[in-house]
Design a protein around this ligand. Structure first.
Ligand code: ATP
Length: 362
């Protein structure tokens, strides 16, 4: 990983008597695309606003290149922000919107023009200089806002749900564009979203937050494949991971196995070793299994398909087991429909085991 650019050290923030950040520790690197992901109200925007300088932390430190900056005003930081409501100046054309900051700094007109043109090319709006911003589509306006932030050549770009106002298709397009732009400018992007798919598809690093605390920091693959606790496991994935209660048992032909309702699942050697070593033998634990790791079988207890959902390349079948909703992913050409009866088993090499009380990964 490249050099550390920003370090958040034990950051806390209180609003009145509500603590909204509870000790955030995070290193952000040069050239990294890092996303803060979490449910509404978990403290993502507050963290971003502290990095930008719009908010002062109640405790802890913000270091930029090793220097404490929490008292430095926003305009003195080499950081720019793009908001969801991009607030372009309606009376200025595209060129003047993007060049606004440079104009204020009395940068030479021809230099501004060159820089704006370069930015427009990067965001895919070549030739739009003289356009009226109020007549642009939402996606085009957001590109102008991004160009306006990037033209100042910041070291870091903060993006707070920048695509939230766009419809699904343009949003997807802009996600790819943004990723390309980040590669091209080679600066750090800190992105805030509550959309897990967006976070996974764009980021080098995802920081999952809940209730003012970081739950996990990792690559999208780490976060998806090895969630550190039940919260992360349940928050990531669409549809969400399925959870079962399983008793850790040993004996007979099964070796070490989990008893989940009326069926038993053999544990892999590796899982069995951890369960044993950490003292869970005989205990009831939480077992997480992604919909793609549930397999249709010919035999076994049958369950009625309650919902059939065809999503083009794949199909989800929903049923209940032990009183809980379960989602199973299968091929698009599955013959099963609502009302049919199916049997299933779990891929035992894909189980996620969590402590039944704390929800921490075993
Ligand atoms: P969202 O996805 O909804 O934007 P978020 O994760 O970005 O949520 P924050 O905006 O950081 O969450 O807010 C965290 C908590 O702090 C919320 O409970 C919010 O109501 C509270 N909060 C944020 N700003 C202020 C403020 N200026 N005064 C008082 N409370 C605030």
């Amino acid at each position: 990983m490249s050099n550390k650019l920003i370090e958040l050290k034990n950051l806390t923030k209180n609003f009145d008597d509500q603590q909204v950040l509870r000790g955030i520790n995070l290193d952000i690197h040069e050239n990294e695309f890092l996303t803060l992901l979490g449910p509404s109200g978990c403290g993502k925007t507050t963290t971003l606003r502290i990095i930008a300088g719009f908010e002062e932390p109640s405790g802890g430190e913000v270091l930029f290149n090793g220097i404490e900056i929490s008292k430095l005003p926003p305009y003195k930081r080499e950081i720019n922000t793009v908001f969801q409501k991009y607030a372009l100046f309606p009376h200025l054309n595209v060129m003047d919107n993007i060049g606004f900051g440079l104009n204020l700094k009395k940068v030479d007109k021809t230099v501004i023009e060159q820089k704006v043109k370069r930015m427009l090319k990067m965001v895919g709006l070549e030739g739009f200089e003289k356009r009226d911003v109020t007549l642009l589509s939402g996606g085009q306006q957001q590109r102008v806002a991004i160009a306006r932030a990037l033209v100042n050549e910041p070291k870091v770009l903060l993006l707070d749900e920048p695509l939230g106002a766009l419809d699904a298709k343009i949003r997807k397009q802009m996600q790819i564009e943004l990723k390309k732009i980040q590669r091209e400018v080679g600066i750090t992007f800190i992105y805030v979203t509550h959309d897990q798919e967006e976070a996974l598809s764009m980021s080098d690093t995802v920081v999952v937050m809940n209730n003012g605390e970081i739950q996990q920091i990792g690559s999208p693959t780490d976060i998806y494949n090895e969630p550190e606790n039940r919260f992360v496991a349940g928050f990531i994935g669409m549809p969400s991971m399925n959870f079962f209660q399983g008793k850790c048992c040993r004996g007979g032909e099964y070796g070490t196995y989990l008893q989940i309702g009326d069926f038993a699942v053999n544990l892999t050697e590796e899982d069995a070793e951890r369960v044993f070593r950490k003292g869970y033998m005989g205990e009831v634990i939480t077992v997480g299994v992604r919909p793609e790791d549930l397999v249709l079988t010919e035999e076994g207890t049958e369950h009625e398909v309650l919902v059939y959902e065809m999503l083009g390349a794949e199909t989800y079948l929903y049923f209940t087991y032990e009183g809980k909703d379960v989602a199973l992913r299968t091929n698009a050409d599955t013959p099963y429909r609502r009302g049919d009866r199916i049997s299933f088993c779990l891929r035992n090499d894909k189980l996620h085991l969590f402590d039944g009380d704390t929800g921490i990964r075993i």
